[in-house]
Write a protein that binds this ligand. Structure first.
Ligand SMILES: [Zn+2]
Ligand SMILES: [Zn+2]
Length: 237
């Protein structure tokens, strides 16, 4: 499994908003600016056949219109685009497309040949060669769902946006790598800070824990005690 960390920051960082690409074909979250970034990296946008959206904050899904425009503006895309997320995903995407490009939104969505897959806490799905298991995390009032994904003998876990919560443990347990958010120095009801990351590192010493979605002010501090994600970091599992 190839993990391309496209972005490692959050809303107000100079680093790109947090987003990940698995095996060049599966995009995990689609934040502001990530499509242009992938083009700059030479990623084939039309080669992306699966998108997972963890929750509905703009820094996790507001580049979806640009992904769809790339695939479906001029001609129908022959390949299916599987979009995995919470039940609101189809309506959110449609509303966003109609806001962004009201003149062509419905045609572009039709052209993209989208297969929506709805998931909830505790679900396990098999998709292509992947086993994907979903765990609700605690992002205060916004429902957010972490992903544990396995291919062959390898497993990667992604917390996405959350504060410290019990479900992080089965999510991370025995994974080769866990990409977990540390948005700020202090844990809040919305995000994790240093103390939360240290608890996870203590509980899962054999898992490679990498922090992400990290604010600029917290980034230097994080580097002193944990591996930190960087934009365009590539990890081969
Ligand atoms: Zn969020
Ligand atoms: Zn976020």
């Amino acid at each position: 499994m190839k993990l391309h960390i496209l972005g490692s920051g959050s809303i107000d960082t100079h680093r790109l908003s947090a987003s990940y690409l698995i095996d060049d074909t599966m995009l995990l979250d689609c934040p502001n600016g990530i499509i242009k970034h992938m083009k700059g990296c030479g990623v084939d946008i039309k080669g992306i056949d699966t998108v997972y959206i963890s929750h509905f904050h703009a820094d996790h899904y507001f580049d979806l219109p640009f992904l769809l425009m790339d695939r479906g503006l001029f001609a129908p895309c022959e390949k299916t685009l599987t979009m995995i997320g919470q039940p609101e995903l189809k309506d959110k995407l449609t509303a966003l497309m109609r806001l962004a490009y009201p003149d062509v939104a419905d045609r572009v969505i039709d052209n993209c040949n989208i297969n929506f897959v709805t998931i909830k806490d505790g679900d396990t799905i098999t998709h292509k060669d992947y086993t994907m298991r979903f765990y609700s995390v605690d992002h205060h009032v916004i429902p957010s769902i972490g992903l544990r994904i396995s291919s062959g003998a390898h497993t990667a876990a992604f917390s996405f946006d959350t504060t410290y919560c019990d479900n992080l443990h089965p999510l991370i347990q025995d994974a080769d790598i866990a990409v977990v958010e540390m948005a700020s120095l202090d844990t809040s009801p919305v995000h994790m800070g240093e103390d939360s990351i240290k608890k996870l590192m203590h509980a899962h010493p054999d898992t490679r824990i990498i922090t992400t979605h990290t604010g600029d002010a917290s980034f230097a501090r994080a580097k002193t005690f944990v591996e930190t994600a960087e934009d365009n970091m590539i990890v081969e599992l």
